[in-house]
Design a binder for this molecule. Structure first.
Ligand code: AMP
Length: 143
């Protein structure tokens, strides 16, 4: 199964902000949308960085509440690992576990085309395990 199959199920809309957005604004969006990370993009939807709840906690832990007045561009991770629609889910799982992060943006023609979270991957894995168990059950009962 590929990244495209997950995107076909969940959609391709991605929540993104500009690098000048203050960290307080990022927290508001994270809370309102119930998500764990936001992409930071330029005017052409090219990825400039990613900010996750972990970065927010780190910034406040280091600098105190004043960090909330920083632009997200000062706090985000700039070197973003991405994938393409034809990548397998296993590829994405490998990227997440090697990079120790829970979000992988999908890129098409240099622009953001979706976002895969660890929750999406877990959902896919559970469906896959259930399907394998079902195949095994029907094999045993018809053998
Ligand atoms: P997360 O586990 O996604 O909350 O992110 C943990 C850390 O990895 C944070 O510092 C994020 O900014 C960073 N991060 C998240 N996703 C990616 C990614 N796809 N590529 C590089 N860094 C990332």
């Amino acid at each position: 199964m590929t990244v495209a199959a997950i995107l076909n199920g969940k959609g391709r809309d991605v929540i993104a902000e500009k690098s000048g957005t203050l960290l307080s604004g990022i927290c508001k969006v994270l809370a309102e949308k119930g998500i764990g990370a936001i992409l930071v993009t330029d005017d052409e939807s090219r990825i400039e960085g990613i900010i996750s709840e972990r970065d927010v906690v780190k910034a406040i832990g280091r600098q105190g509440a004043g960090a909330l007045d920083l632009p997200v561009g000062d706090v985000m991770t700039r070197s973003v690992v991405t994938c393409v629609e034809n990548d397998s889910i296993n590829d994405v799982m490998t990227k997440m576990s090697q990079g120790r992060f829970r979000h992988v943006p999908v890129v098409k023609d240099g622009k953001v085309a979706g976002l895969i979270s660890i929750g999406d991957v877990v959902k896919y894995r559970i469906a896959q395990v259930e399907q394998e168990a079902e195949h095994m059950r029907s094999y045993i009962t018809t053998a």
